[in-house]
Write a protein that binds this ligand. Structure first.
Ligand SMILES: Cc1cc2nc3c(=O)[nH]c(=O)nc-3n(C[C@H](O)[C@H](O)[C@H](O)COP(=O)(O)O)c2cc1C
Length: 363
């Protein structure tokens, strides 16, 4: 059915479709359905501690015996910069006043630990078939420990240089994350994020360039939402695809109602890459906060501190039914997302892609 079987054999899966890890959105139910349908189900574990991750994989293993992927972040921890944090705090103050939130309300500090030794111990016990990273890879001894227990290691590249770096540092496959992708840009090599952002390539350009540059299989990500996109990515040299936004409207996803409503309006609202929601460039739908303070701001504190500052605003606004301060992560393909149960979506994606590839081959 699929002519390039490299990634299928590497992961032990049937179809070249990876459910994108989406921390907080991709549930164990959704991941298990994708794995049971022959794809690779992923769980975003970036915000979990090892105990929660242990419970999560136990639930997942009860729902599927097929290969699964667990995903972690390798960002640099936020630096303490009280001047900058104060300035950001002041920038948000008018919104606090507008929503009648006491300025003294504690704004949670949302530090997020990158993947470290404790999580690595969990991986050594849990042994998911695939361990996926965003923002680079952990230190070489940690990568060695993961590989020593037989897990395949993958990570996102947004440039050819990042893809080569990942291959050189032990990645078994590289995710080519085009500019269309929803959620955080996986960019990690250039410390000047604005400069790096200005040079980011779309999936159509990135996939063939990375496929030419590395020896390991390439997984295309960004803007792939139907069989046409899958067939295009495979034709461009990818061995598989990673799809996120297109699964957000599945009933099994944990996408909140306000987020679902926004996705249904994707034709009118559109997405941008913004750093004001989290401190790192990420693609999200345009909301009031993004329009007024962004999309890009030099004032945003380090990832992921803005999330804590926004939490009280978000909570109050959401209670009033407003998504003004909510992070509506979505890719440029949001308007193509279909409201189908995950199993039906997987079957549709496979069928559409196979038909399209046959047509291209003149079969
Ligand atoms: C809601 C959402 C959450 C995401 N969370 C993560 C995550 O936790 N880890 C990760 O590696 N990538 C995350 N991503 C990015 C995906 O891995 C992938 O690059 C992207 O979904 C592909 O583009 P698409 O959304 O157009 O399909 C997220 C994307 C979305 C839309």
């Amino acid at each position: 059915m699929w002519s390039d079987r490299r990634l299928l054999e590497l992961f032990g899966i049937e179809h070249p479709i990876v459910l994108a890890p989406m921390a907080g959105f991709a549930t164990v139910e959704l991941a298990s359905i994708v794995s049971n349908a022959g794809g690779l189900g992923s769980i975003g574990c970036a915000t979990m501690d090892p105990q929660i991750a242990t419970d999560t994989i136990a639930q997942l293993r009860r729902l599927t015996i097929k290969p699964v992927s667990l995903n972690f972040f390798c960002h640099e921890p936020a630096k303490v910069d009280s001047g900058r944090e104060r300035a950001w705090h002041d920038r948000l103050s008018p919104y606090y006043r507008e929503l009648g939130i006491d300025e003294a309300t504690p704004r949670p500090r949302t530090d997020l630990a990158p993947f470290g030794s404790a999580m690595c111990e969990f991986i050594e016990d849990a042994r998911p078939e695939v361990v996926s990273f965003h923002f680079g890879l952990p230190a070489p001894p940690l990568v060695a420990r993961i590989k020593a227990v037989g897990c395949r290691v993958i990570s996102s590249a947004t440039t050819v240089a990042e893809a080569r770096w990942l291959e050189d540092h032990g990645a078994d496959a590289v995710i080519a994350q085009g500019y269309e992708a929803g959620g955080h840009r996986g960019m990690f090599l250039d410390r000047d994020q604005n400069r790096a952002l200005a040079a980011q390539l779309g999936t159509f350009e990135l996939v063939p360039q990375i496929a030419d540059a590395v020896g390991v299989p390439v997984i295309a990500a960004g803007g792939i939402a139907d069989g046409r996109g899958i067939a295009a990515a495979l034709t461009l040299g990818a061995s598989a695809t990673q799809i996120g936004t297109a699964f957000l409207l599945c009933p099994e996803a944990a996408t909140p109602p306000l987020h679902r409503d926004a996705l249904r309006q994707a034709h009118e609202v559109g997405t941008v890459v913004t750093n004001v929601l989290s401190g790192r460039p990420a693609r999200a739908m345009v909301t009031r906060l993004v329009a007024e303070l962004g999309p890009l701001s030099d004032a945003a504190p380090d990832f992921p501190l803005p999330m804590g500052e926004l939490a009280p605003l978000r909570a109050v606004a959401e209670r009033k039914g407003s998504r003004d301060f909510t992070s509506i992560w979505a890719g440029q393909g949001a308007a193509l997302a279909r409201e189908l149960p995950a199993k039906a979506l997987m079957q549709t994606l496979v069928k559409e892609a196979v038909e399209r590839l046959k047509r291209v081959a003149g079969g």
